[in-house]
Design a protein around this ligand. Structure first.
Ligand code: PEP
Ligand code: MG
Length: 567
């Protein structure tokens, strides 16, 4: 058995198809007729772009618009003047097109790889992908074609690039195994969108797994079982069946209201990262958007998105949700979310530093562009503004004052907007939890960001393996913080929701219900499952479990008690 990263849930049993990279070796030559060589490069680039566009069009239908955009991004990157000019200059110096492409693209790739930011490292992978495509055109060699596969194929490949994925016929692929890539890599994103079980980062998968071999891809636990025994096959067939049955059974909750066992109505919302995700949220039966991470709009751009661009993005989500609530978080830059063109200085302690609302309030003119866009979009649906990383009431007051200022300007300019737009708080710092009573008097709503709240409460960096044992919301310290936020919010009559990952943790659901939380905001695939868990608990049962659990002193005891009670 091999272990890797569980990147896309599900169990696939099938036969290995090794997607071997084409042989792209060549002998560099010295060119005389540099114009002819430039033309040869341009012709290869044109064919590459045409093929990639065709793949993007196909992907739009088979995978989704977001994923197709990754391919369109390849075309832009391949045609980027920075890169083509450098390649042409190299050809003018007598280098052959193949060598000019390899040298220049490798230079760009290394530059991206040397940057700390994950977004840039993804760009490096895109460059490598483009190089393979154009080089194959120059050399007249075929790149891996996954469009004609026997049913039940398990694709084993060094790295599943977006261009390979474009041609995949979903029906024939039972699983994916790669040697590289993490949960946020493009391959992971695409595998999840295709709902194909995937295990990534399995060392030497291409050497260890051979064509025709039977393997099991357990995308739930991140295991790949080679040459399984009859017993293992029977076991995993059963697991696959129960996974599928669980998914089918959840369909019973589609279109149903979200209610507890004793009929208390809750709101099941979705977290999204860009306007296109809103459709996915609605398709997965979400009732609202509980968190739109607006920083992704900024990360995907090359410069600060203009007021009109932002307005269009927010309006699109509001319209897609047809009047249902849409909570849009204002720019949460900094910490682990870098936006290169903002040129923020490196800090020793970025999670405690100049980020989110701190940055925005220090750059009010920039912040007002976003607030104005949000206000203008509020004329098209129920948009609410959420402020990240609040630690004191002064910050909330300051943001609200800026919102009022923007309202005044927009009214003078003749724009329509929701006069009563709600301004709420992302409750994600220990400070905010401690003054939940003070904040509840002036915030329109709370949404608990357990991803950060857990880290800030336990003083444990979520990315640091050595202190990962402390990063858990089962610790009484985190549970008490969550309890205080919810109960203070409820006491003051404001809506309290949760948009951190803990909202989708079924073990935590009864506690959240006992404290009176109203909105659960989860990722799209977790909507129906969370609705089901909520339906299994009455207030009385949840209260009894809460009374028992809140007496416990350690995270292990808490987790064990919650597991014992789980339904
Ligand atoms: C959180 O902190 O819980 C949250 C939802 O925001 P993010 O993960 O974007 O920091
Ligand atoms: Mg956060």
């Amino acid at each position: 058995m091999y272990e890797g990263v569980n990147a896309s849930e599900g169990i696939g049993i099938g036969t290995v198809v090794l997607a071997v990279e084409p042989d792209l070796s060549f002998e560099p030559t010295k060119v005389e007729d540099t114009q002819a060589e430039r033309d040869r490069y341009q012709a290869a680039l044109d064919v590459f772009c045409q093929k990639t566009q065709a793949q993007a069009d196909r992907m739009k239908v088979t995978v989704g618009e977001n994923e197709a955009e990754i391919m369109s991004g390849h075309i832009m990157l391949a045609q980027d003047p920075g890169m083509t000019d450098a390649i042409n200059a190299s050809i003018d110096g007598g280098t052959c097109a193949e060598q000019a492409l390899v040298e220049t693209s490798t230079m760009f790739e290394n530059m991206f790889l040397s940057m700390d930011d994950e977004m840039f490292r993804l760009r490096a992978a895109d460059i490598a992908d483009i190089r393979t495509g154009i080089l194959a055109e120059l050399l007249g060699r075929e790149v891996v074609d996954l469009s004609v596969l026997p049913a039940g194929s398990i694709i084993v490949v060094h790295d599943l690039t977006p261009s390979m994925t474009a041609t995949i016929d979903k029906e024939n692929v039972a699983g994916i195994v790669t040697e590289v890539g993490g949960r946020t890599s493009h391959s992971a994103i695409i595998a999840r969108a295709l709902e194909i079980p995937a295990v990534l980062s399995v060392p030497n998968a291409c050497g260890a797994l051979h064509n025709g071999m039977t393997v099991i891809v357990d995308g739930i636990n991140g295991h790949v079982i080679n040459d399984p025994t009859d017993e293992q096959l029977a076991d995993y067939r059963e697991r696959a069946e129960s996974f599928a049955a669980e998914k089918r059974a959840l369909e019973a909750f589609r279109g149903k209201p979200t209610v507890t066992a004793d009929g208390d109505k809750k709101v099941l919302a979705c977290n999204i990262g860009n306007p296109e995700d809103a459709k996915g949220a609605v398709d997965h039966d979400a009732e609202a958007i509980g968190l739109f991470r607006s920083e992704f709009l900024f990360m995907d751009a090359k410069e600060l998105p203009s007021e009109d661009e932002q307005f269009e993005a927010y309006r699109k989500v509001a319209v897609t949700l047809k009047g249902a609530p849409v909570i849009i978080r204002t720019l949460d830059v900094g910490g682990d979310k870098e936006i290169p063109y903002m040129n923020l200085q490196k800090e020793d302690n970025p999670f405690m530093g100049y980020r989110a609302v701190r940055y925005c309030l220090d750059n009010p003119e920039e912040y007002k562009v976003q607030l104005r866009a949000l206000l203008r979009a509020s004329a098209f649906g129920d948009i609410k503004i959420m402020v990240p990383l609040v630690t004191c009431v002064e910050e909330l007051r300051h943001v609200k004052a800026l919102v009022e200022e923007c309202k005044g300007e927009l009214a003078t300019e003749g724009y329509k907007f929701n006069e009563n737009i709600e301004v709420g708080i992302m409750m994600e710092t220990a400070a905010a939890a401690n003054i939940a009573d003070i904040l509840a008097e002036e915030a329109a709503f709370f949404s608990i960001g357990t991803n950060d709240l857990t880290g800030y409460t336990m003083a444990s960096d979520r990315g640091n393996d050595r202190v990962a044992y402390l990063y858990s919301w089962y610790y009484p310290a985190v549970l008490r913080a969550i309890k205080k936020i919810i109960t203070e919010g409820v006491k003051h009559g404001i809506m309290v929701g949760m948009c951190g990952e803990a909202a989708a943790d079924p073990l935590l659901t009864p506690l959240l219900l006992s404290w009176g939380m109203e909105e659960f905001s989860v990722s799209a695939p977790s909507v129906l499952k969370t609705r089901k868990t909520i339906s299994q608990w009455s207030k009385a049962d949840a209260d009894a479990l809460e009374a028992e659990v809140m007496q416990l002193k350690t995270a292990d005891e808490v987790k064990a008690a919650l597991e014992k009670a789980a339904r």
